[in-house]
Design a protein around this ligand. Structure first.
Ligand SMILES: C[S@@+](CC[C@H](N)C(=O)[O-])C[C@H]1O[C@@H](n2cnc3c(N)ncnc32)[C@H](O)[C@@H]1O
Ligand code: SF4
Length: 453
């Protein structure tokens, strides 16, 4: 089955958190050696990402690379493989390579036991040479897996940001999103996280869930605000191919509501309205907007690295769902959503001895680095400093992408700012439509051609 393209005028085309998306990656015919890929790359402020593809459940909305549970011994075998991959990745870097920021993501990193999390930190610390206690470290967790012993390990090893997936504080909405979870369990987890003393707590919430109303959305937002999280991510619900929600209805139909399929345009309008409600509520409660999804409590510590520049600095991703970025190539392993495919990819990963080559990826040639720069900074609320773009590329976005910018402007999404390329509030609300307009024709074709599995 191919990916169902969203309707052309939907504000929800695609969540652009990285460009190009993994669905534009393809097997690399010559399987380039990591050593060659990293030769000559700036390595003084790298980012390290470790991916843990395990969860206790498979939520109905989720298309991340992850599997439910782990047969006896699989997490140990996975950490063994991570260690081998770390050895190969470290050997491909210069001796003086330094990491400026680190993150453990998933899946659910806290699916691992406390002892396994110690080992994960050791891999980052000792194998890769990332000084976790000296650099920002962000870790994702789910309520049920955020146990006191695991949080204690993470706090002791230097975690500066703990991100908890909550999605909704309303039990009926969690059920509707096929996320088996009770509010009481969420509150208890938040209590344990605050007790562990992480400098930054982030809470993820989702809007557009079947049965969610403006009042119930405000109820979830207020329940989150009661914990005064330093950060909040508000995600519009997406129903993507092969997920539990997509299997329940047609992928392009959105979630069933009271037994009837809501029309896509009505669902779009509902998500846009809930976005505005959420944004205005957080702005009124002392939060600033960082991007369409991200909000930060004013005067709270920044979780990101001050040194690491996501535009130009490299990323080393370890684990079978992780991506790595050099200036010339983005690479990863195979990707899937379907349970059997995911299990097969993880089994292949743990059986791999030789991690010295890149398997699948996308070359950052031609104008791709400029497009990536645009996508990554234009979708930030503060916009893109034009001087930075000129310093890097010797030109302006208007010279390089006149057609794309004219289209954004015609839709009223570009603000008038002499120093920045900046989205208007409406533009920011439509980030998931504005971002894809900047994709290269080649990336668009690859994504359209991608066979979901
Ligand atoms: C890796 S998970 C967070 C940690 C943990 N696995 C959990 O679920 O609690 C990433 C986040 O992406 C968001 N997300 C994932 N798929 C989504 C979808 N289809 N629509 C909206 N948000 C989604 C959810 O808010 C989720 O918390
Ligand atoms: S939302 Fe989180 S817990 Fe649920 S399946 Fe996705 S990664 Fe796992």
């Amino acid at each position: 089955m191919t990916t169902v393209p969203p309707r052309h005028d939907s504000p929800y085309q695609s969540y652009v958190y990285a460009y190009p998306h993994k669905t534009a990656y393809r097997p690399l015919p010559h399987r380039p050696a990591l050593r060659d890929l990293w030769a000559g790359e700036a390595q003084h402020a790298l980012s390290l990402y470790l991916h843990i593809p395990f969860c206790e459940v498979r939520c109905g909305f989720c298309n991340l690379f992850t599997r439910i549970g782990s047969p006896e011994g699989l997490t140990t075998a996975y950490l063994d493989a991570l260690e081998r991959q770390a050895g190969a990745a470290r050997a491909a870097l210069d001796e003086g390579a330094r990491f400026a920021v680190a993150a453990f993501g998933g899946g659910t990193p806290t699916y691992l036991t406390a002892a396994e999390l110690e080992r994960l930190c050791d891999i980052a610390d000792r194998r890769m040479g990332a000084d976790l206690r000296a650099i920002p470290l962000s870790v994702e967790a789910s309520p049920a897996t955020a146990t006191a012993d695991r949080l204690e390990v993470l706090a002791a090893r230097g975690t500066t940001r703990l991100s908890l997936g909550v999605q909704s504080f309303v039990d009926a909405e969690a059920r509707s999103a096929v996320r088996p979870q009770k509010r009481a369990e969420v509150e208890a987890a938040l209590g344990r996280i605050r007790a562990a003393g992480f400098p930054v707590l982030n809470i993820d919430l989702i809007y557009g869930i079947g049965g969610q109303t403006e009042a119930s959305w405000l109820h979830s937002l207020d329940a989150a605000l009661a914990w005064q999280p330093e950060e909040l991510y508000l995600y519009p619900l997406y129903v993507r191919p092969l997920t539990g929600l997509a299997r329940r209805g047609r992928p392009e139909d959105g979630p069933p509501e009271g037994g009837r399929q809501e029309s896509l345009s009505a669902w779009d309008a509902r998500r846009l309205a809930l976005y505005r409600t959420g944004r205005d509520h957080l702005l009124a409660h002392g939060y600033e907007q960082v991007s369409m999804r991200m909000f930060r409590r004013a005067a709270s510590p920044h979780a990101g690295a001050s040194e690491y520049a996501c535009q130009t600095d490299g990323m080393v991703g370890l684990g079978c769902g992780a991506r790595s970025y050099t200036s010339r190539l983005h690479y990863s392993f195979d990707y899937a959503v379907n349970a059997a495919e995911v299990r097969g990819i993880i089994d292949d990963y743990v059986a791999t001895d030789d991690f010295r080559r890149a398997e699948v990826g996308h070359a950052m040639t031609g104008d791709e680095p400029r497009r990536r720069h645009l996508v990554q900074s234009l979708l930030q609320a503060e916009g893109m400093p034009l001087a930075e773009y000129r310093a890097r590329f010797g030109s302006s976005p208007a010279e390089d992408f006149p057609v794309e910018l004219a289209e954004l402007s015609a839709r009223g999404w570009l603000a008038d700012d002499p120093e920045h390329l900046l989205l208007t509030p409406e533009g920011l609300a439509h980030s998931d439509a504005a971002g894809p307009m900047l994709f290269s024709p080649e990336v668009q074709a690859l994504m359209a051609d991608y066979e979901a599995k």
